[in-house]
Each structure stands twice: as C-alpha cells, then as structure tokens.
Write a protein that binds this ligand. Structure first.
Ligand SMILES: [Zn+2]
Length: 274
C-alpha cells in the first residue's frame, strides 16, 4: 500500500512537472509570438518603394505589359478610386500584365498588377474595383511582407541578416525573392478573408454596387471548373483558398451591404472590350 501511494505520488509529481513544463513551453511560445508581432519592423517607406519598384520591373520583364493607353488609364482610374479608402496612403500604380494566367498581385509600395486573363473574365467595373480592392488591402497592410519575413525562408533569412549597407543591391535581391514568394506563398486564411471583405467594402465606399468581387469570384469558380482552363487558374488556386470557400465567406457581407452603388457595365465594356 505504501509503495502504491508512493507510486501514485510519484506519478502525480511527474504529471505535475510535465504540465508545469508544458505550461512554460506554451508561455514561451506565446511570448515569442507576442514579441514577433511587437518587433516586426516594417520596411521603411524608402525600402518599400525600392523593393516594389524593382519587383514591378521584374514582373513586367517576365510577363510584359498591356500598353493600350485607354485600358491603362481606365484601370488606374478605378484603382485610385478604390485606394482612397485604403488604410495607408501610398503612391498607387496599377498595371495590366500581358498574361494568360488569371491573377492579381500586390507588390510593396503601392504597385498593383492585374492580368489580361483576369480582366477578360469580368463584365463590369464593380468587379474590377473589388478585385483591385483585394490587392490594395494586401499592399496597404503589408500582408505578404509580414508573411514571408516571419517565415524566414532561406533567402529572407539571408537578406535580413545582411541588411546593413548596400541598400541598392539589397533592394534588388529582396525584390527578386519577393516576386518568387509572390507566386509561391499562401497567406493565412484571415489575411485572405480580410482582403476579400475590405476589397469589397472599399469598392462600396467608392460608390460601386455591392457584390462586385463576389460576382468575379463566382465567374472564376465557374471558369476554373472547365478542364481546358486548368492552367489559367492553377497559380491562383495554389496561393489562395478555394473559390467556393471565399464565396461562402464573402456572401454574408455582401447580403448585408444593400445595393445602392453602380456596376458601370457600359463604361467597363467600352474601355476594356472595344
Ligand atoms: Zn489575396
């Protein structure tokens, strides 16, 4: 009996010490996460501009730009209207990549791209406003910068370690790494949901009918179901949640919003399709 008691006491003691240890590990992890959030030092405005510019140049070199001045002017007009409601003021610039892959991308410092294929899947201006709004949110809140710097992939670990002097060379190396990560990194679900919600809300504030982004996501879901379009959507689906889950998340926000804004279908068709 005595030895049984001892065994129980010993087991309890072990259990206590294990839970105490586990508790301290949990606390350390919490501390670390809190510290990481507190110590995130965003790139300076200058770094952001340098990295964004070098990254944008790389994207343009790889895909080419649609240079039709009418389309460029139009996409910038819509983008600027939405970006007024972003959480940060940046020198926003919107470009159209000459690519058959449906996509939109946010580089640091206000450089936003949408592809020719993505535009061809839209039928009105509210859809374009919502899609650009999604990217504007990623850019304003530095979503990808936070994600890739927190993950410390090898390239980033090296960059950050070497981040002393040689600003120009570093901006170019960082831009290369950023563009690579842009095509390979999935942001956390809350960042994507936040981009859909805020993209939609910014477009509504700018006067567009509610549900533009939702319509665009639905059109992309339907197009992506066709086997011949697999390549067109592969990259977006590898870095974003499924269209179905994004639609399910966004729909309640749109239903709540009412519908007093404009879709501007005729203006979109005149600018993009003619
Ligand atoms: Zn996104």
């Amino acid at each position: 009996m005595k030895s049984f008691c001892l065994a129980v006491t010993a087991t309890l003691a072990l259990a206590l010490s294990a839970s105490a240890q586990f508790g301290s590990i949990m606390n350390k992890a919490k501390e670390k996460i809190t510290k990481a959030n507190e110590t995130f030092q965003p790139w300076t405005a200058q770094e952001e501009q340098d990295i964004g510019e070098a990254g944008a140049a790389k994207m343009v070199a790889v895909f080419g730009l649609v240079e039709d001045p009418k389309i460029v002017r139009y996409v910038n007009l819509v983008g600027q209207a939405v970006a007024q409601y972003a959480s940060r003021k940046l020198p926003w610039r919107f470009g159209i990549l000459d690519s058959d892959i449906a996509g939109a991308y946010a580089l640091p410092g206000g450089y936003i791209f949408i592809t020719r294929a993505a535009l061809s899947g839209m039928t009105n201006e509210a859809q374009l406003a919502g899609a650009l709004g999604h990217e504007i949110k990623h850019c304003a809140e530095r979503d990808l910068e936070r994600e890739i710097r927190a993950k410390k992939t090898s390239a980033w670990a090296m960059e950050e370690a070497n981040a002393s002097g040689k600003a120009d060379a570093l901006a170019s190396v960082k831009a290369d790494a950023f563009v690579k990560d842009l095509f390979n990194t999935s942001l956390s679900r809350d960042k994507e949901d936040g981009a859909d919600e805020q993209g939609e809300q910014m477009a509504e504030k700018a006067g567009y009918a509610a549900g533009g982004l939702l319509q665009f996501l639905t059109a992309m879901r339907d197009a992506s179901a066709k086997p011949e379009n697999k390549k067109m959507f592969g990259q977006m689906l590898s870095t974003h949640p499924s269209f179905d889950s994004r639609i399910a998340h966004l729909k309640p926000f749109v239903d709540k919003a009412g519908n007093s804004g404009k879709t501007l279908e005729a203006r979109f068709q005149a600018a993009i399709l003619n």
